[in-house]
Design a protein around this ligand. Structure first.
Ligand code: AMP
Length: 116
């Protein structure tokens, strides 16, 4: 792990506050501090995997768990029929925090990103 803790590691370690909607042994779900949609959650594994492309085979169960929690959160926020998931991988793809996280975005139309 790098010398300096990421902002998400500090949140996981309860060193800085967050609006937390869910937590278990493997992950935490918080509200994004700068929301890009009416519902903008971050699903963050407790294991500090810097980015998705750094995940190894031993992380498969964690990755699956994160996807399951996406579904759980979509039901909790009553948006199970309409949401988008974004994972920015790498600085040039817009990643700013190098601790893997899934953005769950809902309440806004993102269909123009992938026009039919
Ligand atoms: P990314 O650009 O994919 O690395 O996303 C990082 C996200 O973390 C951004 O959407 C930020 O708004 C969000 N963020 C940064 N600091 C905090 C914080 N202290 N609490 C909640 N979200 C944060």
């Amino acid at each position: 792990m790098s010398e300096e803790k990421t902002i998400f590691q500090k949140i996981i370690d309860k060193e800085i506050p967050s609006t937390t909607h869910y937590e278990d042994d493997l992950c935490i779900v918080i509200e994004d501090i700068n929301p890009k949609a009416p519902i903008h959650l971050l699903i963050i594994p407790k294991k500090p995997i810097p980015k998705l492309s750094d995940a190894s085979e031993e992380d498969v169960s964690i990755l699956g768990h994160l996807m399951f929690i996406v579904g759980e959160m979509s039901r909790k926020f009553e948006t199970e029929d309409s949401f988008n998931i974004v994972i920015n991988n790498g600085a040039s793809a817009g990643q700013t925090v190098f601790h893997l996280h899934l953005h769950l975005l809902a309440g806004r139309d993102f269909s123009d990103l992938f026009p039919a």
